[in-house]
Design a protein around this ligand. Structure first.
Ligand SMILES: NC(=O)c1ccc[n+]([C@@H]2O[C@H](COP(=O)([O-])OP(=O)(O)OC[C@H]3O[C@@H](n4cnc5c(N)ncnc54)[C@H](O)[C@@H]3O)[C@@H](O)[C@H]2O)c1
Length: 267
């Protein structure tokens, strides 16, 4: 079940911004546990080395590569390096992204541009250079990481560029899926809800929590119908299913991993 032996997985943003388990880090470790050889990309070498160390300690295979997913030449070079190391790419996880608060009137144009690039151009560049490889192979599975911010607008917090770009990720995945459905390549989206990844302590506490981590965590837990935030592992397990052969008839769709947050609607 969910066996990835013999497969090569390229995971972007495979580190974490702080101690603990981010979505990309947990995904890289889980895919390796299932037998995939992981090519782990991050723009922070120490972050991705930590992931590689964890995989190596469990007896898995992981090669790291430093790459800014916003730079086309760097992404092209990373894909070439993955091919040089492993000879193929079966799985692509486009995980890089993040939010910046604000609406159109108060958001500087460069912040808007940066958000669209960070969340939407990064999966575009990943797909741009990996799809031709998968097409030559006649097979491949891609998962792009979106956010419930692209599905459901809260009343308390506005992050227009993040919502627009993460909604764009869902449409982008469907469009890629349609273009490659007859070429053996599947493309889907995982949509995380409120996850307790290192990002919460690293950035959100300052941005949203008036530097009171305990209060912010309690607030986030309370706003989820299941009463708690999810973890990077919840995202990793959804990704694993979608890239596995068990999901071979699933393309152009999304799995929402949010403890019921989207179904509940605004509170
Ligand atoms: N954490 C949440 O609550 C949450 C909720 C919804 C969606 N998401 C989405 O999940 C994804 C991962 O979130 P996370 O909190 O696990 O990530 P994170 O902020 O911990 O970042 C993961 C890694 O990405 C790397 N990275 C950042 N910019 C990069 C770049 N330009 N090129 C290469 N690597 C880069 C960082 O160095 C880090 O190691 C993002 O797309 C995010 O929008 C997260």
């Amino acid at each position: 079940m969910l066996d990835l032996a013999g497969k090569v997985a390229l995971v972007t943003g495979a580190g974490s911004v702080g101690p603990g388990w981010g979505n990309g880090k947990a995904t890289a470790v889980l895919l390796a546990r299932q037998g995939a050889a992981v090519f782990a990309l991050d723009n922070v070498p120490a972050a991705v080395e930590e992931t590689a160390g964890l995989i190596a300690a469990e007896g898995g295979t992981c090669t790291t590569h430093t790459c800014d997913m916003l730079v086309a030449e760097a992404v092209e070079a990373a894909v070439a390096a993955c091919l040089a190391r492993f000879g193929r790419i079966d799985i692509l996880i486009n995980n890089v992204g993040g939010s910046h608060p604000g609406g159109p009137a108060d958001m500087p144009e460069e912040v808007w541009d940066r958000q669209i690039d960070f969340n939407l151009k990064t999966p575009f560049l990943g797909c741009k250079y990996v799809l031709p490889v998968m097409e030559r192979q006649g097979a491949g599975a891609i998962v792009n990481i979106s956010s419930v911010a692209g599905l459901r607008m809260g009343t308390g917090r506005v992050h227009t560029a993040y919502s627009a770009s993460k909604a764009g990720v869902i449409a982008f995945s469907k469009s890629v899926a349609m273009g490659y459905a007859r070429k053996g390549i599947r493309c889907n989206t995982v949509v995380p809800g409120l996850m307790h990844t290192p990002l919460v302590e690293h950035r959100l506490v300052g941005q949203l929590g008036a530097n009171d981590a305990e209060a912010l965590i309690a607030r986030r837990n309370n706003s989820v119908p299941m009463g708690k935030m999810g973890s990077g592992w919840d995202i990793a397990h959804a990704v694993l299913f979608l890239v596995s052969d068990e999901a071979k008839y699933i393309t152009g769709t999304e799995i929402v991993v949010d403890g019921g947050f989207t179904a509940a609607g605004p509170v």
